[in-house]
Design a protein. Structure first.
Length: 151
């Protein structure tokens, strides 16, 4: 089965978002094995915190293809995002998607990413962003399988 791993710096803080996350995780599970890994935010001062978090992220990565969510990344619509997922699925590559902390990620992580994507020029808290990412992953599978959720 196709595998997607989401690596998040920080954890969900609100019960409602946790429940929403679980709902999307269950919906995605019919298409892919989904794993969410939460990396503890570093207490070190900036930029040493990014280096520490980056080392933990690297130790955690399981995917063949690495996507970094980044405000300076390429913007794409849901169909383009679905195409990225479908291409990797068709060639048997698993995906790791990284959500950095509130101060971003280290340069090492940026260089490691095969693709850097932005959902908007706006800044989103990582709690809300995780839900947005899960929704877009589910939407991508809906597009790929033509199940109608996307319409």
């Amino acid at each position: 089965m196709f595998k997607i791993q989401i690596i998040c710096v920080g954890k969900l803080h609100y019960k409602e978002l946790y429940e929403t996350s679980k709902r999307f995780e269950k919906m995605i599970s019919q298409f892919s094995e989904l794993t969410i890994v939460e990396i503890k935010e570093s207490n070190k001062p900036f930029p040493k915190n990014l280096d520490e978090e980056g080392k933990k992220i690297i130790q955690t990565i399981k995917g063949d293809y690495i996507i970094l969510t980044d405000a300076n990344g390429v913007e794409m619509d849901s169909y383009e995002f679905a195409k990225v997922i479908e291409e990797k699925m068709n060639i048997g590559k698993s995906i790791s998607i990284i959500i950095g902390g509130h101060q971003g990620v280290s340069e090492e992580i940026k260089k490691l990413a095969h693709l850097r994507i932005s959902f908007s020029k706006m800044t989103f808290g990582h709690n809300i962003f995780r839900i947005m990412l899960l929704e877009q992953i589910y939407r991508a599978f809906s597009i790929i399988t033509n199940t109608g959720y996307n319409k």
